[in-house]
Write a protein that binds this ligand. Structure first.
Ligand code: ADP
Ligand code: ADP
Length: 233
């Protein structure tokens, strides 16, 4: 379970003074959920995501992952905590000089896993995301959908508790979007990974999310199971 409690982030800028990107965001994400976070541009979605994947330090509040407060960790513990959270990006963020297999294995390399462990895990993940036969390809030789499959496999490599997805299908056409959303559901069900999915598209939420929260001007205006929130919308 992820407990986001009164999370706040204020950016101090030279041009605009203090910008309150998040003001008291409180949200509990149940284990095994696919939690959508929806909101217009500027709502604070990216800021929330960067607080959740520990790239940004919040200015207030707490994020508690399975009992551990992630906002008070030492830098050594922070490195370990980052492995518990995998991130899938809108523009995939693959390393273009590395093959599919080496992109997927990167988190395991950083975690100093043995070669054998890395090879076994890469083989499992390639199968999970349906990229058999493409292990030695380079990202530029793949379609957008295939590149996102690599991104998803890499995000899962270190067996995270949570998969954070930042607009994972915004760069993809509708047919490919469908396939990637199906893959995320399969990952959620087969591995039991909790998914937090940031999107500006209500259709994506309707299609796969179990829970949704609406973010606007740095605060959550509505949240709950998707059936209560968006079925009549
Ligand atoms: P969204 O992802 O929903 O578009 P963001 O989290 O990117 O929202 O932005 C929320 C607010 O915080 C906006 O007003 C944005 O301009 C501001 N903001 C985001 N990142 C920074 C930053 N690094 N420095 C200053 N202001 C920022
Ligand atoms: P998105 O909405 O997809 O996050 P943006 O264009 O809003 O894209 O932001 C791109 C990057 O610029 C993000 O890292 C964001 O935090 C940063 N950013 C957004 N607004 C500001 C701002 N006012 N000052 C500085 N950085 C900002």
């Amino acid at each position: 379970m992820i407990e986001i409690d009164q999370l706040a982030k204020t950016y101090t800028t030279r041009q605009h003074g203090d910008v309150k990107a998040l003001t008291g965001v409180t949200l509990n994400v149940p284990d095994g959920a696919i939690q959508g976070i929806v909101g217009p541009s500027g709502a604070g979605k990216s800021t929330l995501l960067r607080c959740l994947n520990l790239l940004e330090q919040p200015t207030g509040g707490r994020i508690v992952l399975n009992g551990d407060d992630l906002t008070t960790l030492s830098s050594a513990d922070l490195r370990a905590a980052r492995r518990r959270i995998g991130t899938v990006f809108q523009h995939f963020e693959l390393l273009h000089s590395r093959t599919v297999a080496d992109n997927i294995g990167l988190p395991l390399e950083l975690a100093k896993a043995s070669d054998q462990e890395r090879r076994d895990r890469i083989a499992e993940l390639v199968e999970l995301v349906g990229l058999q036969g493409r292990e030695r390809s380079y990202p530029s030789q793949l379609s957008g959908g295939q590149q996102q499959r690599v991104g998803i496999a890499r995000a899962l490599a270190a067996r995270p508790d949570v998969l954070l997805c930042d607009e994972p299908t915004s760069a993809l056409d509708p047919a490919t979007t469908s396939q990637i959303l199906d893959l995320l559901v399969r990952v959620n069900r087969s591995l039991g990974v909790t998914i937090v999915l940031i999107t500006h598209e209500l259709a994506v939420v309707r299609r796969i999310c179990t829970h949704a929260a609406l973010l606007d001007h740095g605060r959550i205006t509505e949240s709950g199971p998707v059936v209560d929130l968006v079925t009549d919308a």
